[in-house]
Design a protein around this ligand. Structure first.
Ligand SMILES: Cc1cc2nc3c(=O)[nH]c(=O)nc-3n(C[C@H](O)[C@H](O)[C@H](O)COP(=O)(O)O)c2cc1C
Length: 177
């Protein structure tokens, strides 16, 4: 027997994964924030949509520079990810405070997070929905991954401090690319 799910909890059912660490930089200062409201929009060139609240410090940097990196952490970074989400870049240098290593990117003036197993260097290609939904459309310009990480234990947000960790992988007959 099912019971009604409050609409305020719907996001946790459809929550896309994995949680990423969005890095930005403005005026020589880099920042990083966890972000789970993102979705793929195109295969090649890869395009990604994401929602960054205007209340977040990251919003201003992304809006002003049009550049970011989507860094994909795995489970061992959970505590640092949570710390980044509980603080704001105008008050805290999160790279220094939470022992994250900033390395230069190839295509954007925003550092990648070395501890993450994948890094997607992005630029904003469409801002039409920023005013109405804080929705940025990104194109991935260059991507990096650690080839030794074949089954990343990515983090998937379930709301209110809970996360699922990706685990079992199965091979099916799906025709989907
Ligand atoms: C798991 C998780 C997912 C989050 N997803 C988003 C998101 O998709 N968009 C957003 O604007 N904030 C999201 N946040 C909140 C920001 O990470 C948080 O407000 C952070 O402090 C913003 O940092 P900043 O002010 O330095 O930009 C998320 C936080 C957590 C912990």
């Amino acid at each position: 027997m099912k019971v009604e799910l409050p609409l305020a909890e719907v996001y946790a059912v459809l929550e896309p994964g994995p949680v990423v660490l969005l890095s930005t930089a403005q005026a020589g200062r880099a920042n990083v924030m966890p972000m789970s409201w993102h979705c793929m929009l195109e295969f090649e060139p890869p395009q990604v949509g994401c929602v960054v609240s205007a209340a977040n410090h990251s919003f201003a940097a992304l809006e002003a520079t049009g550049e970011c990196v989507l860094n994909v952490p795995s489970a061992e970074l959970l505590d640092r990810l949570v710390a980044c989400g509980n603080s704001h870049g105008d008050q805290v240098d999160k790279f220094a405070s939470f022992a994250l290593t900033a390395v230069s990117s190839a295509q954007v003036a925003v550092p990648r997070v070395e501890e993450c197993w994948a890094n997607l260097e992005c630029r904003v290609i469409d801002r039409q929905l920023v005013g109405s939904y804080n929705f940025f459309l990104l194109e991935v310009l260059q991507a990096w991954h650690d080839p030794q990480v074949t089954a990343p234990r990515t983090l998937h947000h379930r709301g209110y401090g809970r996360f699922m960790i990706a685990g079992e992988e199965v091979q099916s007959g799906s025709a989907m690319r």
